[in-house]
Design a protein around this ligand. Sequence first.
Ligand SMILES: [Zn+2]
Length: 316
Amino acid sequence: MVALLTVVTIFAKNTGRAVRCIRWTAVRQCSLATCAYKLRHEQMHPLWQTPVEAPGGNRQSPINIHLRDSIFDPTLQPLSIRYDARTCRQIWNNGYSFLVEYDDSTNKSRICGGPLVDHYRLSQFHFHWGENNLWGSEHTVDSKVYPAELHLVHWNAAKYTKFEEAIMENNGLAVLAVFLKVGKRHEGLQKLVDALPAVRHKDSVVEFTNFDPTCMLPTCPDYWTYEGSLTTPPLTESVSWIIKKRPIEVSHDQLAVFRSLLFTSADEQEQKSMVNNFRPQQPLMNRTVRSSFSPFLGKITSSEVESVPLGRRSKQ
Ligand SMILES: [Zn+2]
């Protein structure tokens, strides 16, 4: 039996002011899988509770990756990733997630190879997560969802002069995504977790230096790639997505610190926990998801994609 109280804060467009309402969901019986699917969608962030205008609209993100429909592309190169911890600058709670921001005035932290023709500079990384361990990731694999997802955001420094320019353009961004699952404490992540209480409220910024995000990348080189969009406004269709096949492990306690952050600023009377900051999934449309690995050479098992099945979604 599940009883649920949802406190929804709706942000008036461009004003930053919030209107608060309370919604009750009926007490009912459910199986874990179907209930998790329904609950996840009921808990959607206010940003996604009304339609958001998307430019173009035929290559939006995130998506569900159907293993059966993804195409092995033997021409895909290995990723070349080089990050310099000295380019790490600060953490910013932007009211939707926390961003770890990097100095992107040089090519010291960059990604190339894989599906990318050019080199792309690291601008920031952030996460999306749920209010519990049953959901939180934006992408899913055969409808299996992870409790959180890391996005490392890079921009094309070969074609464009700054992030703000690249974000609007084709081949402007490359986002490297890594799923998080609950397991062992992640030692590399702990330095960041320890810094998070200092950015609990929206708009807070704290200096954060000497952090190499390489520690958060799984060693397995396998990935999927597809052409998509940003998953937050302006939702521009400028992103080459690279999604690592293997998740990394973090502890429940580490994710609990993510969930202790707030969507709200210190001067707001009603405080709201920063959870469920993921966008609903979008239709695949006329796109192909390519994989750097052959499913026949190393079949993905359900334990590798280990998470909670959410039941059937609409076909994408
Ligand atoms: Zn993201």
